[in-house]
Ligand binder design. Structure first.
Ligand SMILES: [Fe+2]
Ligand SMILES: [Fe+2]
Length: 267
């Protein structure tokens, strides 16, 4: 029997069939409407997420800027404080910048972790901050110092450490270590404590070499700059005496790069 014959025999079936179709159609419309609503809700949620992400990234950007500004003003303050101490001495701002650059370079080549290299870079210029407590007539005396005067000069290490101690800042903590130890010698004949070898903090051992190298190769009111050759001979002789032999070896291994750093005053 064909479908037409079925409908002819049962006319009610047509209206039932139509009704059923209407229900399906309205269900379909409902499903479509609710899908539409869901999609627009999803789009709105998506837009909101994007807006949040945008706000978050600009907040992070602003935070980074203020963090950077804070760090810069902090470092600037330190630099000015150090300059105040160095004004009493014959040293210059260039000396501090070179020390910082030599120390960063040597620390990197020694394989010191990156974060500590950065800390040493900022802390090393504070090595002589204790000179602020040394009388000018001793600090700037042109002739040879008496034993008593030299004893006073030595205290710039402990004065510096006292100025820097108990800080929460990692930079100042390392600066304190450097201030107290940069005149110690590998052979134990340095001051203030006569520490020997690896008992001297590595930061102090690095600064010791950088400081002497810079002092020897720089002109001062009472002396001319030593040639690189003479300076290198002195450093070679002091390998394992004044200086940590490993740092001296690294120094000579990279002498060309160190001389490049010497040429660049301000980085
Ligand atoms: Fe010093
Ligand atoms: Fe110095």
């Amino acid at each position: 029997m064909s479908s037409n014959q079925i409908f002819e025999k049962n006319p009610n079936l047509i209206s039932d069939y139509h009704n059923q179709l209407k229900i399906y159609a309205s269900d379909l419309v409902n499903v479509y409407q609710s899908e539409k609503i869901k999609r627009s809700e999803l789009e709105n949620a998506n837009k909101q997420v994007l807006r949040y992400a945008g706000e978050l990234s600009s907040t992070i950007k602003n935070l980074k800027v203020s963090h950077l500004e804070l760090k810069e003003s902090y470092l600037d303050t330190i630099h000015r404080l150090v300059m105040a101490a160095e004004f009493k001495d014959e040293n210059t701002s260039e000396h501090l910048i070179r020390i910082s650059n030599y120390c960063r370079f040597l620390a990197e080549k020694l394989g010191i972790p990156k974060k500590m290299v950065e800390i040493i870079t900022y802390a090393s210029p504070m090595h002589d901050i204790g000179k602020i407590g040394i009388p000018d007539f001793i600090l700037n005396k042109p002739g040879k110092l008496t034993n008593e005067e030299f004893e006073v000069i030595k205290t710039h290490t402990t004065i510096g450490a006292n100025i820097l101690n108990n800080s929460k800042s990692e930079i100042l903590q390392v600066a304190e270590k450097i201030a107290i130890s940069h005149h110690e010698k590998w052979n134990g004949k340095g001051y203030p404590y006569g520490l020997k070898g690896t008992h001297i903090p590595i930061e102090g051992r690095i600064v010791a070499l950088a400081d002497v190298f810079d002092a020897l190769t720089s002109e001062r009111p009472y002396k001319k700059a030593f040639s690189i050759e003479v300076t290198c001979n002195i450093i070679r002789e002091e390998r394992g005496e004044h200086f940590d032999p490993e740092i001296v070896d690294i120094f000579f291994e990279h002498l060309d790069e160190i001389l490049e750093i010497k040429k660049v005053l301000i980085k």
